[in-house]
Design a protein around this ligand. Structure first.
Ligand code: NOJ
Length: 736
């Protein structure tokens, strides 16, 4: 009989991990609330896009928050109206999508996740906060925590990929970075964890699409990062556009009240996504905007972003008894508490000269460069073509070699292309560069300039081709059904191959693309998710060997878009592939029908992905050995101590991301084939070895089981330590 160790974490967490009750703030909130009219309360719940054009509404106390204004002069003017002209002088909460940097743009979030480095991610978020708050922005709509397992979905760019543990680690790092140590410090920017929930599971990868996620999958896969960030003190949360099993998140009281508030003890503020309250009408879930307003407030949404339904209908809904004033009071409490926590009442204004002083500070640029270095993934390096040492003259070609705007990626509203260092600029400092772009932009199909590039290659010792996606091709509402390089980029790579020169391809993109055919036409490939302001310097250093790649894939790379969704930690099927695949052309004509011996794979692409989650090469080689665990049997409350030796057996000082995976062999429901439980960046000099260790509490093996209890189920487990999710040898252990 299986023994369950029920961890009553839900209840405990609600008591112990709620943000500390700040009596002083709570008293001030109550005092203010008592003075407010219903209209003033409703005004606090209203967020609009714009600044001074809403001057009159702000003066009339009809606005609680604004978004999309970043000019400190205008922000101060807006605050002056709120503080000096509105009856109660409540400051405005100024928000912005500061997603991967404000002025200094870091790699897009999927690139940040590729670093597997929470320190650099936290540092990036801190820098973003310093730069954005200097303009008066005190609330960012980040981090995006949506688990994304389908690279057709354009918003994979904005998150940390397919794994709940990596997602949680990256999300918490960002929350810490944005919010800093002291919430009332003027450089603290409230984080907004989004989109709650399941948005990344959009069917077919088509943005805004419906999702069908079981409660168990929500709890095991989609909730963990949100819960971890709530525990880390995230101040706000945004609902998602999608429905889960028929319930749009903005109208889902189970999500927003039962889970978020009661189970997790969240005492922050909940905002809709842009008009996601109003969009419940289009969903066919609300009759009209008034109905949608009633539904979202009753579900637990405090602030309305841009549907204007709250402003128009809340008063009538209260008078008609469809909304209680107590519900409104609670929403307003959450909003006012946030404003007090941020110290906005004490410090509503900014020093208008500060923003330009702090933007692009040398230490910000250095951190952005380091993040870009660590985020690039070496996909292929035949015959150690990279780094390009002892090479003087290179041909630089391709549409992304000198595209300052494009390399910033999606959601970089405030990054300025003129501050961007492109690969071309940076490579010119290290090589004699011949530059022939050959294509003007990533979708360009005009091959008429290929000849010039081909001729130029004759004068070079190596060719570096920069291909990928323009920034606008990923992000919100930019889903794709095909993931091949667009335009004539693959043809350009093939053309360069025909020169006979060593060919290095650098992909700069917003998502995992299907690059199998391109790998055949090059010696080496570096994959850089849009790397930001300092991307060019980072890539140039990686190409020349001044830096060594250490990034790892935060998403499985597919052979073909038709394999999506494909993720390493999928539940095991009853017919797992056993390594034997009869492929399309192996099937005889008029073959007889049988399903005997059949396993789960595609006839055309086979079973495996192109590259597994966690994959990434280095200029050196790493050897794992002596992987041991301290016992073979563990009890509840114990910690599994995993030790291993890691040797840098190559010629470059480098960093490896060691990864610890676990499999629960038999569960009360089907379990994932592997789950990432820990990772560590280990830096070793050439030839150096290190004895390393992971500690994994048995409690971390818990999951939401058949009875929807969060438990560690006794039984057999396996564990791997390796450089990616497909390597290593399993060690067995038992939990009693
Ligand atoms: C819509 C997006 O879904 C969300 O992520 C973003 O924060 C808001 N718009 C505000 O721009």
């Amino acid at each position: 009989m299986r023994i369950k160790h029920l961890l009553v974490l839900g209840a405990l967490f609600a008591i112990s991990c709620a943000a500390p009750v700040d009596n002083d703030i709570d008293l001030r909130v109550e005092e203010l609330l008592q003075q407010m009219t219903l209209e003033e309360k409703i005004g606090q719940m209203n967020q609009v896009s714009g600044g001074l054009q809403f001057k009159d509404e702000i003066a009339k106390s009809n606005v609680g928050s604004i978004l999309n204004v970043v000019d400190p002069v205008e922000i101060n003017a807006v605050q002056r109206v709120a503080v000096e002209e509105s009856r109660l002088g409540i400051p405005i909460l100024v928000s912005r999508d500061v997603i991967h940097g404000f002025r200094t743009i870091f790699p897009i979030p999927i690139g940040l996740a590729s670093t597997f480095n929470t320190d650099i991610v936290e540092q990036g978020a801190r820098i973003a906060a310093i730069e954005a708050t200097a303009s008066g922005v005190r609330w960012t709509f980040s981090p995006m925590l949506d688990i994304a397992r389908d690279p057709r979905w354009g918003r994979v760019a904005e998150g940390s990929g397919e794994d709940p543990y990596l997602d949680s680690q990256m999300g918490v790092a960002m929350v810490k970075g944005y919010q800093g140590e002291d919430l009332s410090d003027p450089t603290c920017m409230a984080a907004c964890i989004k989109h709650f929930v399941g948005y990344g599971a959009a069917e077919g990868g088509r943005d805004y699409n419906t999702t069908m996620i079981s409660e168990r999958a929500l709890r095991n896969v989609y909730f963990p990062a949100f819960k971890a960030c709530v525990e880390a003190g995230a101040l706000t949360l945004m609902t998602s556009f999608n429905d889960v099993d028929g319930l749009p998140s903005t109208g889902n009281d189970w999500l927003l009240r039962d889970i978020l508030r009661e189970e997790w003890g969240f005492d922050g503020m909940v905002v809709t996504d842009w008009n996601s309250s109003g969009e419940m009408v289009a969903h066919g879930f609300a009759e009209d905007l008034k109905d949608a307003t009633r539904i979202s407030i009753n579900a637990g949404v405090d602030m309305d972003m841009m549907s204007f339904g709250y402003l128009q209908y809340v008063k009538a809904l209260v008078e008609e008894g469809k909304l209680s004033e107590a519900t409104i009071d609670n929403a307003v409490r959450n909003i006012l508490r946030l404003k007090f926590r941020l110290g906005l009442f004490e410090n509503p204004y900014v020093d208008e000269s500060l923003a330009r002083q702090v933007a692009y500070a040398p230490e910000h640029l250095a951190a952005a460069k380091q993040a870009a270095v660590e985020s690039a993934i070496l996909i292929q390096n035949n015959n150690n073509v990279l780094p390009l040492k002892d090479v003087k003259t290179i041909l630089v070609t391709g549409p992304l070699a000198d595209a300052p705007y494009e390399q910033l990626g999606t959601w970089a509203f405030d990054g300025e292309a003129e501050h961007t260092v492109t690969p071309l600029t940076a490579l010119r400092k290290q090589y004699d560069v011949i530059y022939e772009p050959a294509l003007d932009y990533s979708r360009d199909c005009d091959m008429s300039k290929f000849g010039a590039a081909f001729e130029a290659a004759k004068r070079a010792e190596a060719v570096v081709v920069f291909v990928g996606e323009e920034a606008i091709l990923s992000g919100e509402a930019h889903s794709l059904s095909q993931l091949n390089l667009q335009g004539a980029q693959s043809e350009l790579i093939a053309k360069m191959r025909s020169t006979g020169k060593p060919v290095v391809v650098v992909v700069i993109a917003g998502r995992p693309m299907t690059i199998e055919r391109d790998l055949e036409n090059c010696d080496a490939m570096l994959y850089s998710f849009h790397p930001g302001t300092m991307g060019g310097e980072a890539l140039a250093d990686l190409i020349s060997g001044r830096a060594v790649p250490s990034g790892k894939l935060p998403m499985t790379f597919l052979r073909d878009a038709g394999q999506a969704p494909f993720y390493y930690n999928h539940p095991m099927t009853g017919r797992p592939n056993n390594g034997t695949e009869t492929l399309l052309n192996d099937i005889p004509v008029r073959a007889g029908q049988t399903s005997l011996g059949c396993t789960s794979y595609y006839l055309d692409t086979g079973y495996g992905p192109l590259f597994p989650f966690g994959y990434g090469l280095s200029y050196t080689t790493f050897e794992y050995s002596n992987v041991t665990i301290d016992k073979v049997e563990y009890a509840e409350g114990e910690t599994i101590v995993v030790e291993y030796d890691l040797k840098n057996s190559g010629e470059y000082d480098a960093t490896e991301v060691a990864q610890l995976y676990v499999r629960d062999l038999v569960g009360s429901v089907v379990r994932p084939v592997k789950e990432l439980k820990r990772f560590e960046r280990v830096t070793l000099k050439a030839g150096e070895s290190k004895h390393c260790r992971f500690e994994l509490p048995v409690a971390d093996l818990a999951y939401w089981n058949r009875d929807m209890e969060y438990v560690v189920e006794a039984g057999k487990f396996q564990l791997w330590v390796a450089g990616d999710s497909a390597s290593g040898s399993a060690l067995d252990f038992v939990v009693k």
